[in-house]
Ligand binder design. Structure first.
Ligand SMILES: Cc1ncc(COP(=O)(O)O)c(C=O)c1O
Length: 372
């Protein structure tokens, strides 16, 4: 089977492409390629959708002050250190536009947009290639060497696609480079699966609290994954006041719509029932992830441990490429992420999002069919 992945910076969740490629109606495809929490929302979230729509005729506050205040209160930061965007991706691009020509170390395999955002702002990626044999851990002496010639580093934690969380010691070690003038960007798009947003001020794994006390650290948070709003779009940035102001100057006005803004204020509110929903989502996802991992290991697949809402799977032992497996599952109505855009053509890695128990069982049944 030829490589059917659409383009080099492919993303998961491309249902239109998958429906065409696999000849399956799009409403019959079960998407394991995008890492979205599909747990039903509490009623309170649904209500906010309609109440926020009452504001549809008015422009949103161009400063998004109420939303930024809410986020700052929940995270123990301050309003002038918080930026909001139409997904965290907007803030990543705004950050690099604010500092063009950056030479940044990337720990690949990782999210492809870092490289693209650098290239679009005349910057350059300096790559440290992580390996399966080192469990996708960074090598400090290699990073030290690369940083000599670089302006900074971008670290995704937990990393997409490996699922690996940066340990507290490595977070501190990277922060020490910020003290020496390097720009350290942490993409914590999947951190909500690790710990609650209310725990930021005491966390040793999130860098948010450190970002706001200097000018060389920037942390990205996505609300689209954990809160299941990839289509509505909302992302957050945390940094020092000056850095935050320069990022915000790069943004177009009103990029966050009134519905996403209204939801963001509720999702980050200190309401115990919302905290309980977040906790339930985290616990359920962790249980499903470990169950799914065990089932795939039993089928002879190499499945890496993960701290995120997805699993990286090496299908080499089945004598297939990622594209082969993607196609075979695709024809059965299940879409997984072929990781060739992360690892190169003929790669044997796929990324599988954790879904509900019933959906995961369907995947396991399809995998059994494919391998028999
Ligand atoms: C690691 C990582 N960071 C950022 C993003 C973008 O997230 P958002 O939807 O908030 O723009 C993605 C999307 O897949 C991602 O995987």
């Amino acid at each position: 089977m030829a490589n059917v992945t659409p383009d080099p910076i492919a993303h998961g969740g491309n249902i239109r492409w998958a429906a065409k490629t696999f000849g399956i109606p799009d409403d019959k495809l079960l998407d394991f390629s995008a890492n979205i929490n599909r747990t039903p929302w509490p009623r309170r979230f649904e209500q906010v959708l309609s109440t926020s729509l009452f504001n549809r005729q008015d422009y949103p506050d161009p400063e998004y002050e109420a939303l930024r205040e809410t986020v700052a209160a929940q995270t123990g930061t301050c309003c002038s250190c918080v930026s909001v965007g139409n997904g965290s991706i907007e803030l990543l691009y705004a950050l690099f536009r604010s500092r063009p020509r950056l030479r940044m170390v990337l720990l690949e395999p990782t999210f492809g947009e870092y490289r693209r955002a650098l290239e679009m702002t005349s910057g350059q990626a300096i790559v440290h290639r992580l390996t399966a044999s080192s469990q996708w851990r960074l090598d400090r002496s290699t990073v030290n060497g690369l940083l000599q010639d670089a302006d900074g580093i971008i670290v995704c934690t937990p990393n997409n696609p490996t699922g690996r969380l940066l340990d507290a010691d490595s977070v501190q070690w990277l922060l020490s480079h910020a003290e020496r003038g390097k720009l350290i960007v942490f993409d914590e798009a999947f951190m909500d699966y690790v710990e609650d947003v209310g725990a930021v001020s005491s966390s040793s794994r999130s860098a948010i609290i450190h970002a706001v006390s200097g000018e060389n650290v920037f942390v990205l948070r996505s609300l689209t994954k954990f809160f299941g709003m990839a289509g509505l779009r909302l992302g957050l940035g945390f940094g020092g006041r000056k850095l935050t102001a320069s990022v915000r100057r790069q943004q177009e006005p009103w990029t966050v719509n009134c519905v996403a803004e209204g939801l963001g204020r509720v999702l980050y509110s200190p309401d115990p029932s919302i905290e309980a929903w977040r906790e339930d989502c985290r616990r359920a996802m962790m249980e499903e992830r470990e169950q799914l991992r065990t089932s795939m290991l039993q089928l002879g697949l190499d499945v890496f441990p993960s701290d995120a809402s997805f699993l990286l799977v090496d299908v080499r032992s089945w004598g297939m490429s990622a594209a082969d497996l993607q196609y075979k599952l695709g024809r059965r109505g299940l879409l997984v992420r072929d990781c060739s855009s992360f690892f190169g053509e003929n790669a044997t890695y796929v990324r599988i999002a954790v879904r509900s128990s019933a959906d995961n069982s369907r995947l396991i049944a399809a995998l059994k069919e494919v391998c028999s």
